[in-house]
Design a protein around this ligand. Structure first.
Ligand code: DC
Length: 248
């Protein structure tokens, strides 16, 4: 990584470049975003962790997750910060480090439910736009290329077959379990069932559904190892930057 690469500028503004990565759960977004960030010396911001932190707060407050008004009131008194880390983002909810508390199935399900409400999304999108305002980031989520940063220089839509995503999620949860930061994972079939339900909700919600931006590059990781998918993603970023005259 040269010092010049460190300062890749967007042609549209004074900010540095933004790489948007969207896609369903288990497609490999986190790994690919983390590795791209390392490769291009960018910050990696995981927006799903923000929805998860907010869902945790809603669960702790025993709020009804299918009613917008209580959630919107809660959002008004909530601060969520992401701090880039080596492996994953550190997530601060009202100043409390909740990084280790937001990956369990209850919070996962709740995050998908609270994220359907337009006012919750508008608040979250505002926070994410502030976090990425200077650029120099890889931001991953569901609506980064379509809503949060529609002018991102590089947009990748990452997908994979549900069974493959379920198996990856199972292995990821197993690793967390072994590290002592999560309960043992449910069986893979149960994970696939939950993934499909979450996909259904994420893809069909009225506001900012999960879908590829028209100018995104599709990367299907079904038949790729994560290493191969990372290599493909690096190629896509280099090609996009090269085509825009931004490569070094
Ligand atoms: O990426 P993740 O699995 O951590 O995301 C958790 C939930 O948050 C996901 O089911 C939908 C929601 N989400 C969203 O609606 N928009 C984003 N940009 C990121 C996540």
């Amino acid at each position: 990584m040269s010092a010049d690469q460190n300062r890749i500028q967007s042609p549209h503004s004074a900010r540095r470049i933004i790489v948007a990565i969207d896609g369903p759960a288990g497609a490999g977004k986190s790994t690919i975003a983390r590795e791209l960030a390392r490769h291009f010396a960018l910050l990696n911001l995981e927006t799903g962790a923000m929805y998860r932190a907010f869902a945790l707060k809603a669960l702790r407050a025993s709020l009804a997750l299918d009613e917008s008004s209580g959630l919107v009131e809660l959002a008004a008194e909530t601060s969520i910060l992401l701090e880039p880390g080596e492996e994953e983002n550190r997530v601060l909810l009202d100043g409390e480090d909740v990084t280790g508390l937001i990956r369990n199935p209850t919070v996962t399900e709740a995050a998908s439910r609270v994220s359907v409400f337009p006012k919750v999304r508008a608040w979250m999108v505002g926070l994410q736009q502030q976090l990425g305002a200077k650029g120099g980031v890889v931001m991953e989520g569901r609506d980064i290329g379509t809503v949060v940063f529609p002018h991102a220089e590089v947009k990748i839509f990452l997908d994979a077959a549900p069974e493959v995503r379920g198996q990856r999620r199972y292995e990821q949860l197993g690793q967390l379990d072994r590290k002592g930061s999560a309960a043992p994972p449910p069986p893979p079939e149960e994970i696939v069932r939950d993934l499909r339900a979450r996909d259904q909700r994420d893809r069909n919600r009225a506001d900012s559904p999960l879908k590829p931006a028209a100018d995104s590059v599709l990367l299907d990781s079904t038949n790729l190892t994560l290493e191969q998918a990372v290599a493909e993603a690096v190629k896509i970023v280099n090609e996009k930057l090269g085509a825009a005259g931004l490569s070094c």
